[in-house]
Design a protein around this ligand. Structure first.
Ligand code: CTP
Ligand code: MG
Length: 245
């Protein structure tokens, strides 16, 4: 009898249990203010998207990458990744992140019909360490239908009304900041996108809406989302530290 795969080492997983990664990269990057889509903004000479896709492929547990790019940038994005030697399909994204993921997911299920594990990973979390990617894939491979990387809250959080007056102070110990990649078994994510209806700021939010439990694994400070020029400066720092090692 063949022993079950060792899910604690996702790089040893059989091909079918390795993840298909969907990378929403179709945003405009307005808060970063570079005048080009954020995924194409360079850090130390290389586009954020390139860093993100390379990180996924180098983690050793991702079999295929599908990128959702701004519709006007599909060709240039595909050419960019080809030039960097990174194998990825590039499809046109949608009007919001949820729509971009929906379109890329549809493509992924067509080109990899036997996929079982799917990751959704923001291009803007370009420096996510391999250990986070592997922990998410390992947890899905071990049977969790949905998994998110999380960090504890450093700050106290207030709930406020529309006028800005504080309504409540939720217990910080029970709160987590959520990152990507978020991992799912394919049937769960497909159902969530079919049934949950409207948009969500993360994919696990749609899975929660259809009543399926979402597990957590430890995230990492380097998996921060690059949103503002300040974040970009931090990203430069992260990369210079990595390159110095
Ligand atoms: N995204 C996407 N399609 C959209 C909007 C966002 O694929 N229509 C992607 C972004 O490219 C990014 C991720 O979703 O990788 C998270 O979005 P965010 O950080 O908000 O990026 P932008 O929308 O590009 O930034 P901004 O909101 O400042 O314009
Ligand atoms: Mg946005």
């Amino acid at each position: 009898m063949t022993p079950p795969p060792d899910s604690s080492d996702p790089t040893a997983l059989p091909e079918q249990a390795r993840a298909v990664a969907i990378v929403p990269a179709a945003g405009r990057g307005e808060r970063l203010g570079f005048g080009v889509p954020k995924a194409l903004v360079p850090v130390r000479g290389t586009a954020l998207l390139t860093h993100a896709v390379r990180g996924l492929l180098n983690a050793g547990c991702v079999r295929h990458v599908v990128v959702a790019a701004p519709p006007s940038e599909v060709e240039s994005t595909a050419a960019l990744l080809r030039t960097e030697g990174l194998a990825a399909d590039v499809v046109p994204g949608g009007a919001d992140r949820t729509e971009s993921v929906r379109l890329a997911l549809r493509h992924a299920t067509k080109v990899i019909p036997d996929a079982r594990v799917v990751l959704v990973h923001d291009a803007a979390r370009s420096f996510t360490p391999a250990e986070v990617i592997r922990a998410v894939v390992a947890a899905v491979a071990a049977g969790a239908p949905a998994v998110v990387p999380v960090l504890p809250m450093a700050d106290t959080v207030k709930q406020v009304d529309f006028g800005g007056t504080v309504l409540a102070t939720p217990d910080r110990a029970a709160l987590r900041v959520v990152q990507t990649p978020q991992g799912f078994d394919l049937d769960t994510l497909t159902r969530a996108y079919a049934e949950a209806g409207d948009s969500a700021t993360d994919d696990a939010g749609l899975v929660e809406k259809i009543g399926i439990p979402v597990a957590t694994v430890p995230g990492h400070a380097y998996a921060m989302k690059i949103t503002t020029p300040f974040d970009l400066a931090i990203a430069e720092f992260i990369l210079s530290r990595e390159e110095a090692q």
